[in-house]
Ligand binder design. Sequence first.
Ligand code: NAP
Length: 492
Amino acid sequence: MRSSIFIDGEWRPASDGATREIRSPADGSLIATVSEGKIDDALAAIAAARSSFDSGVFTSWGWARRSALLATVADLLERDVELIAALESGDTGKRIIESKYDVADVAATFRHFAQLASEQHDKKIDSGIPHVSSRITYDAIGVCSLIGPWNYPLLQIAWKVAPALAAGCSFILKPSELTPSTAMHLLKLLEEAGVPRGVANLVTGAGSVIGDTLTTDPRVDFVSFTGGLSTGKRIMSKAAETVKKVALELGGKNPHIIFADADLDAATDFAVTAAFLHSGQVCSAGTRLILERSIHDQVVTEIVRRAKLIRLGGPTDLTAETGPLISEGHLKKVEEYLARGVQEGAKLLVGGVRSTAPELSRGWYFPPTILDNCDTSMYCVQEESFGPIMTVEVFESEEEAIRLGNDTIYGLSGAVWSKDNAKTERVSKALRHGTVWINDYGPYKPAAEWGGFKASGNGRELGEHGLQEYLEIKHIWTNNSPSKSGWFADGI
Ligand code: NAP
């Protein structure tokens, strides 16, 4: 058993000694037994973070020293890539190669925020008065609760931890209860890199038990959350009690629009990848394929053929192309979602039944699944399955493609394919989503903001804005030659 709670520079067990078994989604094997934190642990972590922040131990470092710290963390991540990838694949069941890509992205995230930190400076304002200097400073927002999901466990928390450290914040990190291993390793690396005691704290445990404490305690200044819509709504309403700032990265129901004049070879290939990468457990998965009617049959025939070829398997199966779903509970939700889609009139073209091959029987595998004849009145078009289910809709005109693409409560990402640049420009501008790809699907860069319109959340991660979330803006006005204001009579 590993003491997996890290508070005030010490690894400890849960206050009540409780533990949780982490089991591989690929085959059910025991991966780790970790501490199951409770409210007392969350309170202790908040106290440590508050005390370290109020002491000024980290803010006093200044931007340059914190920038160097982040660069060191990036080096350590790269040093430990094999180990971290093994931990990530153990918890999530994803292929080792995908976990290695994730670690590279995590290191790139730390380097991005190291760079941004090195460029920070106060902003001078023209006061209009010769003896007055006026400037804007950017202060750390304070104590942050950082809460992450299970699909890209380390990457999603890196998008929070790196800017929090760059800004000089203290934090309490809570990874998903299903995938705590890489968060634990990250905390070890932060310790090794020299993050002051009490600045970085980790509580493993169930969100249903410790989540409210982390998001309502008045000693917490900011909550950054990545996860599902219903949890996000709860956090937002709970945080209102203390007027806490909240940043939410929530779900997506992402339109993938293909016009008849697109490069159909490339577009069809990307349609398959966008929907079935990581078995659809991707917030930006291209789960809504929206095709110009004239190419429907041709494209659908090809994606069905391609979907049948996709090989499922665990982290160490070198022939596997994608892995299992995260848990039995999630697999059941995906099955229910599919059943509802079929009941509503969608036509099941491929997949749809959990994988029973002997080598997959101990894991939570569900094959790539395609539902045709879909429209926006259906639950399966409007809601995330967070599994490998693609729905297919058709459009007749550019206006209809845009209308369909925006006909969702979400607004995380989307794509448009056409060789007509003027058309892709018009459509990309009209789509109400935080990221739009043209003739591509999926890439992101640490230097570009990531986040959602509408119910996909608020705030942005990455880019410059991803650091600003962790900063308070202060105006400092200095009168270098004070004299009486003369506003009220002084009676002299
Ligand atoms: P989730 O169930 O909402 O959980 C996310 C995190 O919130 C977990 O750490 C969870 O802890 C915690 N949590 C649960 N109840 C809480 C509460 N009352 N207060 C505070 N925290 C609480 O989401 P998920 O199933 O892990 O992740 C899938 C969702 O994340 C999908 O909707 C996906 O689209 C979204 N996502 C979005 C992005 C993006 O960039 N927009 C990226 C990745 C994922 P437990 O694990 O202990 O329950």
